[in-house]
Design a binder for this molecule. Sequence first.
Ligand SMILES: *Cc1c(COP(=O)(O)O)cnc(C)c1O
Length: 375
Amino acid sequence: MIPYSTQLIEEDDIASVVEILRSSHLTQGSKVEAFEEAIAHTVGARYCVSFNSATSALHGAYAVCGIGEGDEIITTPISFVATSNMAIALGAKPIFCDIKMDGNIDENLIEALITPRTKAIVPVDFAGKPVAINAINTIAKKHHLLVIEDACHAFGGDINHQKIGSFADMTIFSFHAIKPITTGEGGAVVTDNEEFARKLRLFRSHGMVKKQLWNSDMVSLGHNYRMTEFAAALGLSQLHKLDRFINIRETIGRYYDERFGNHKLFTIIPIDPNEQSARHLYPLLLNPQLHCVKEEIFIQMQEKGLGVQVHYKPIYQNSFYTERYGEMYLSNAENFYRCELSIPCHQKMTMENAEHVADTVLKIIEKYGSRGCSF
Ligand SMILES: *Cc1c(COP(=O)(O)O)cnc(C)c1O
């Protein structure tokens, strides 16, 4: 089975983790700091605060800018549930904005959703393709809102050679096993705001500050959301490979673009030439005549060893959300969910693998294409 995404762990990654396991500090040592500095440097942000997941990083980001009871965030329904869940965890309400057919929030629909309760706009760089961050920043500035970018798919991506992580007030990355680089589980917030960074460090570690000798003071409510030293060591080792990983995914992505461009049964999502997508996912969008056979196509691809997946069921369709907020329907989000299929694209694949995936995808889709659906 070729999974849609997976980690690539090499001998030097393993050695860097083993070195920490043999050392005196498994937690709260210097590796985490070194990893944070390297991440901040890579993306061109002043501060990086690491977490044990992107979910806890999102929780921290929302908390330290004061999002709480009665507040609203404007976000996308085409994301992993954690993006909106962590705002709800603080008593806020996610307001879902419809998307464009590239999977990213439609920046032209955001302004109409702003209310006196809105605190932040939370876009997600779907599949790694950068959102229209400059337009979103302009809207946010005009209405005195924060932009918190969930860039869990997009670590290493850029717009005109400016890295994602340097545009928003806070940007969140995930280092989960299948994300662009990994620490096993892990995440981070990058920001230029010193106050946010200070509060994020407190939030991550019980809200405690050291005083003299044994004395410490707990100044705010916090959690234990810390990354371990061996996770940070793995992250540092992986970070050296970021460009290579992106190049491999980009080469596969471009190969797919060529094989799949202008197909009559499905479309692909083109990447602007002035942007670098991290290519976390490679989405196909099936034309309407194939929607009724998507399940069969999905099953056939899995039977042929392609670990395909669908990203994502609109968050508001989950029962937790419908029970809380009622039914919702955003037409592009619904349509996107109906037609999207993510096929394998990751740094562990060879070009032979990519060729095999493309051949298999075309064979299966074209088989069902001749049948089609009736309306
Ligand atoms: C993976 C992901 C998360 C959660 O990341 P974890 O590190 O697994 O907590 C949040 N948002 C998006 C868009 C993701 O893809």
